[in-house]
Design a binder for this molecule. Structure first.
Ligand SMILES: Nc1ncnc2c1ncn2[C@@H]1O[C@H](COP(=O)(O)OP(=O)(O)OP(=O)(O)O)[C@@H](O)[C@H]1O
Ligand SMILES: [Mg+2]
Length: 453
């Protein structure tokens, strides 16, 4: 196995949002082996930097030599380099070992605290930037490095070109996080051409570490051998995801979430597998469940864990639903994400109120079934009350702040808007729902056969 190796040369953020911690998470999420040279230790949380301790030069040098002489480095990045001596040392080492380098010219923390001494800006310009494959300043940093003010994207273009032509970086990306355009647009100048990387500007409090994770993602992709434009394109998608699923922790700017890049696809896979298993179980229990399938067919859907649910695209269902074929139940096709389905929409609403619910299925309703679900001791609620309470927060308050009621097992929908009445079975996952359906179905069959006798 050809393991790609990426190195971050940066400060430690005790809050785990930015710096070394963000970089290593990003390297891991993008599948490269991450290594670190710690230049400073910051005592930091989501809203302030309380202390900074610079690591002695010989220890910084020693960390770098230890990893490069043994493990090797395919690409490296710099983050917080707090003074001229550290910048000079890092520049010497990068030059000596001819390392592919991304320079994130970190000057201030998200909270506003300075992370680079004023006098060090010149050292950055003279010593380090000329060695950079890519530099990634944000707006204030690009202004500082170029001496020009940036008001709109056309200014960013001018400055990006200047950082390449005059300061000697191979490529310059001016990040749009601090701009006010509707999209967050990053402008790159490289090899005589301009590139634009665009993503919707997200409303988020969890933006601690955006710059670090973005430059680390570029570094990881360069380590894998991607071209500069390819690496930046992937990094842009990566950081957009990390911001979208940022972690709501702390009182200030919560950390971005680099692991979302891996966890979401993994959760999608697990969800489809569970739904598939549940469908098989229902098919194999046809003799109990067949009586529960209404003429309009049955549906079964399962959502990603609540934290990742943003829209109906995050709910999986069975295209073509569950059908009666002679005396068997048959799923029309394997489960998929992103189907248009009223049940999926309803599930998302239900999840707003009941955190633990992730799956729902609609089955028939009649008076005997009503009796069965009560006999089985299932927790029954009515659809109107759920929908009503969701839209009416004052009613929800009647249930008491912070008091969690447990989720119902079944919702009875007595036929809203002229539709046929149905029972909606809820559960923590699709298998839980399938098992409840089978329980209902087998008790129902017992009743039917005793009626026949
Ligand atoms: N609210 C947002 N919505 C979408 N993308 C954003 C947002 N804020 C920043 N970005 C993107 O995140 C990346 C980092 O940009 P930003 O300008 O925030 O860096 P930074 O100021 O160096 O961050 P940090 O404060 O963590 O050092 C860029 O790709 C930028 O476009
Ligand atoms: Mg930054």
């Amino acid at each position: 196995m050809d393991v790609k190796k990426a190195l971050t040369i940066a400060g430690s953020d005790s809050g785990g949002g930015a710096g070394i911690q963000a970089d290593l998470k990003t390297f891991a999420a993008l599948g490269v082996h991450g290594m670190s040279v710690i230049t400073s230790i910051t005592a930091q949380n989501t809203y302030e930097v309380r202390a900074v301790h610079d690591i002695p030069l010989n220890v910084i040098k020693s960390q770098f030599e230890a990893v490069i002489e043994d493990i090797g480095v395919d690409a490296a990045k710099t983050g917080m380099l707090s003074n001229s001596d550290i910048i000079e040392l890092v520049a010497d080492l990068v030059k000596k070992y001819n390392v592919t380098l991304v320079v994130d010219p970190v000057m201030v923390a998200k909270s506003g605290a300075p992370l680079l001494r004023e006098d060090a800006v010149n050292t950055l310009i003279n010593k380090l930037i000329p060695l950079a494959t890519v530099i990634t300043p944000n707006k204030p940093e690009a202004e500082k490095l170029s001496g020009k003010s940036i008001k709109e994207l056309s200014d960013a273009r001018v400055v990006a070109k200047q950082l390449v032509d005059d300061l000697g970086a191979m490529a310059a990306v001016i990040k749009g996080g601090h701009m006010s355009d509707e999209d967050s647009v990053d402008i790159m100048y490289y090899d005589g051409k301009y590139y634009e990387f665009r993503a919707p500007r997200l409303e988020s409090r969890s933006t601690h570490g955006t710059g670090c994770s973005f430059s680390a993602a570029i570094t990881a992709e360069l380590a894998k051998g991607k071209s500069i434009p390819e690496a930046v394109k992937i990094a842009k998608e990566f950081i957009t995801t990390a911001i979208m699923y940022g972690l709501p922790v702390g009182k200030g700017h919560g950390p971005v979430n680099p692991t979302a890049w891996q966890l979401i696809p993994a959760e999608k896979y697990k969800t489809l597998q569970q739904l598939n298993e549940a469908v098989k179980l229902i098919e194999n229990s046809s003799k109990y469940v067949i009586n529960l399938i209404p003429e309009s067919q049955s549906e079964i859907v399962m959502a990603l864990p609540k934290f990742y649910v943003r829209s109906i695209n995050d709910v999986a269902g069975v295209p073509g639903k569950l059908n009666k074929v002679k005396d068997r139940i048959k799923a029309a096709s394997p489960p998929e994400f992103g189907l248009k389905s009223a049940l999926s929409e309803l599930l998302i609403k239900i999840m707003e109120r009941y955190d633990e619910v992730r799956s729902a299925s609609s089955i028939a309703y009649n008076e005997l079934l009503d009796k069965v679900i009560r006999e089985l001791g299932l927790n029954v609620s009515y659809l109107e009350s759920v929908e009503g309470l969701i839209s009416d927060s004052s009613k929800a308050l009647l249930h008491g702040k912070g008091v969690k009621e447990s989720a119902p097992d079944v919702l009875i929908d007595k036929g809203s808007w002229g539709k046929e009445p149905r029972i909606i079975v809820l559960g923590i996952n699709a298998l839980d729902v399938a098992n409840k359906i089978i329980k209902i179905g087998s008790r129902y069959v017992e009743h039917l056969s005793s009626i026949k006798k």
